[in-house]
Design a protein around this ligand. Sequence first.
Ligand code: NAD
Length: 466
Amino acid sequence: MSYRFFEDVNTNFDRAAPYVDAEPGLLEQIKRCNSVYHVTFPIKKDDGTIETVHGWRAEHSHHKLPAKGGIRYSTLANEDEVVALAALMTYKCAVVDVPFGGGKGGVKIDANNYTESELERITRRYTFELIKKGFIGPGEDVPAPDYGTGAREMGWILDTYRAINPSIDAEGCVTGKPVELGGIRGRTEATGRGVFFGIREACSHAQDMKDLGLTTGLEGKRVIVQGLGNVGYYSAKYFQEAGCLIVGIAEASGGLYNEKGMDLENVMTHWKETGAIKGYPGAESFKDSRKVLEMDCDILVPAALENQINEENADRIKAKIIAEAANGPTTPNAHNIIKQRGALIVPDNYLNAGGVTVSYFEWLKNLSHVRFGRMDRRNEENMMRKVLTAIEDASGNGISKKVSEELVQGSDEKDIVDSGLEDTMIVAYNELREIRRANNLDLRTAAYVSAIRKVAVAYDRQGIFP
Ligand code: NAD
């Protein structure tokens, strides 16, 4: 039977629903996808041939506007996947208190098979189709990068949207843009950064770590990452900087494992030079990268695609913490197998919310037309200077130039974004942990409980037409 992603999302929903005090009809409405648009359009390739491209955009919920969610370029894209990912966005935004509905887009292509100009034509035409049907706009539906897309595509989307809707708020129609086109500093690395903050928080709870047979903190923990793209690379980078050992890497073209750890940047250089991570001299190479997921480690970070940990391999996965950086990497049956083994699954609809959180900051910046830090940075610095002078006067001791330079530094956009993201991930983790403890649940079910409760309240107050 082919994989049904939306069914898996709803299985998770159904596990949580009994813990939510809401009208059954309302729960049914929350579960459903409000609207989905499937479009086919022709694009002319550089050699003059014409190809038909399939694209989708799903808006799972409108309890808050705009709908929000990435656009994926993948040969696996289909309606079920887009709807499932849009549903995950609904729950994810609710978990981290980002005031958006859930949306997602997909275009069924392998981006590696097209030239840059072909990709630009596909992206612009897809955007145009979304505009025609009202599936994009700063107050309606705001896409972002996802698998196979990045800042470049978001720039094309903005340009196409603005050409047709040249409004003052047009910049807010898409997030994850290049900074010079209204993007925000810190968005590119935001999802991986959020994964790091979330797992650091999980590892800071002594009793939880003791239950897993692990020590508190990240230092020395052995990490395996699947998918070294945007999310996987930045997750691995922050884990390595925090003192973790990157012992395994699984990519589409092969995998690596070295129990003593390997240097991430060296692996990236090898990949760039040879076209594959396989053959990296500092580790054992695996042709079938799925084998790497089953190797010994403390933290496994699936950061590629859905359905990677399933009934077929779940009982061979040894990790004590599954850090779901990708969307839907663990099927519900695999979740049960891993849970029975006593491992901790930190779920996707919390853990990879860093991207949408910083997208929210970018959207706020676009609508307010001012960069974070611009109004108060110098003022902050002047105030700190005055405080230091007062301390020096009162104590009669001078403060060294080095120390005062460190202290007198107002926050710029990157600092503000980073601290907003850190706070969001810490607060949300502890909220879920509390629900988990109070109801004796796993963290995924706790995340769904938290999300459904919040969405139900929003629908009750404003989402039902009388
Ligand atoms: P990406 O395209 O930047 O990277 C994906 C990487 O996974 C690529 O390097 C690809 O070669 C690799 N890959 C593909 N199939 C693989 C396989 N079978 N085994 C091992 N590696 C494989 O994509 P991304 O933006 O990093 O997204 C990855 C996941 O994170 C997706 O599930 C996406 O929905 C989710 N996500 C992304 C963001 C974001 O901001 N980009 C936000 C939230 C969630």
